[in-house]
Design a binder for this molecule. Sequence first.
Ligand code: C5P
Length: 222
Amino acid sequence: MSRLSIAIDGPAGAGKSTVARQVAGRLGLTYVDTGAMYRAITWKALKEQVDLRDEQTVSRLARETEIRLTPGKDGMEVWVDGERVTRAIRTPEVTSHVSLIAGQQRVREVLVDKQREMASRGGVVMDGRDIGTHVLPDADVKVFLTASIEERAKRRYRELVRRGYKVDWEELKEEIRIRDEKDRNREHSPLRPAEDAVHLDTTGLSIEEVIRAILDLSRSKV
Ligand code: C5P
């Protein structure tokens, strides 16, 4: 099963990363969180105070940046040019700017090349917004995870509070709604299910139930 490639797409807070990480662990595959890569570039662009709308500058920065994803004790670690940014890329500031960066075609080209390189030998579970439609159109298993906005906001709220952030519930819901809208309506590789993706609405399902559903789909492919 080690050469299998699994694409998991869906909107913010649908549970993609939790589920993808565990599916990868159980099948002995490598987990690639592509959202972390867009966040990493956003973090660096903010740090270097470049004009985030300047596509040429941001795409050059993306090309010159070394992003590494490594397994960590408590999930995945993210490294930018050798610096650990696992927590830094999840701040509200990065979250509120990431869709602007992710909407730029030249930035996407740079990151999609890196993602395809990571998946070139197979054996990956990759999550994001355009994996089944664009990055890995030939993935063995394609899943589109959704959940109601209330449910997704609830999950994000708990996660942020757990990490020590003070969060306003209404603001959080609005932030998720706006980010989804931007991701769905952008010109390049918008968030949408691949035609051959299996849709899984995770509202009311436990993490374990979602994992099992994806493992069943994966087993049918070997
Ligand atoms: O998955 P996560 O919420 O961390 O992704 C952050 C942002 O990165 C998304 O809102 C989206 O704008 C962008 N993204 C993307 N394509 C991907 C993964 C993430 O555009 N494959």
